[in-house]
Design a protein around this ligand. Sequence first.
Ligand code: PLP
Length: 380
Amino acid sequence: MTTKIERFLAERRPATPCLVVDLDVVAEAYRELKRLLPEAKVFYAVKANPEPAVVDRLLRQGCGFDTASLGEVDLCLARGARATHLSFGNTIKKERDIALAYARGVRLFAFDSEAELDKLARAAPGAQVFCRILVDCQGAEWPLSRKFGCAPEMAVSLLRRANELGLDSYGISFHVGSQQTDPRQWDPAVKQAARMFSVLAEVGVNLRMLNVGGGFPARYVSEVPELANYVTALRASLIRHFGNALPELVVEPGRSLVADAGVIESEVVLISRKDDKDARRWVYLDVGKFNGLAETMDESIKYRLRLTGEAADRRGGGGPVVLAGPTCDSADILYEKTSYTLPLSLRIGDKVQILSAGAYTASYASVGFNGFAPIQTYCI
Ligand SMILES: *Cc1c(COP(=O)(O)O)cnc(C)c1O
């Protein structure tokens, strides 16, 4: 929560639920990352929050963009990004989208399979390509394992083949899982990548780039290490495994640049009990899984909550609650196994703020399930 967001909510009183993003916090997160890791090229993972104003602010600071679709490529270009500052980082692309991105000037593409490499060779001749390898995502609260990446041995043969196909075998990427709580999780992947660099160098394929993905955390309920700890661990790994032959370094943060910049304001719609003997109340908010809080799936991301105004001032203790959204789908329960507590004095109509909600919220909302509009975003 920032003074700017607090003032905006107090003065504008926007209809809820809404997401308010303080662009100064986004800018500061980017500056902090560049300060700690000046040698890295930063590609913001647009999917975390594709609001044009967010893209604009990062663009102004010199940030590049990791895009996953032609839609994201066009969004960044429309805001004024140079095509050469974009990476088409999804390993699953239609060949015609590759061709269209290439026609717009994009020259950097990810792949993790032979069939995707063949598409790239046909639709993006001569482009720089990097292969994503599998990692196990231990320690991540929102894992990205299994679906992306291939075994390192396969990556080695694909990167050889890329050169034979007339592409430029540029490097290796991995992602240790989103909201990664353990800074040591990068080390095994960096080690693996360094081995691949030398194996490929022996057969004349000179990789130059290592893309260590995103995964840096936001501040949810559990404490997480400082960004500086991640950077220290990463740099130590690079030196340990690459020695003096350090590769060009790319990072693709999404969550860590935008999450802490956003607050969702919601309203209590109903408070009830399922049985008179139940200690636990059910608290239904006007925001749920389908209009902003998709990452509560399996109760993976545990947001911090905050009460404001009169609701925060009332006296009395708290009691356990189940938190749920407003739609008529029973999957729309936010937290049932995770213990959350709210004041016993909580009333219908009170505002509940969901903190660090700037990433993977508004862009994950349904188009209007049950007639509930997608959450409105205000960038200030
Ligand atoms: C989603 C994604 C990111 C961003 O991950 P965060 O955990 O949000 O930092 C980076 N790279 C790729 C390829 C992604 O798919």
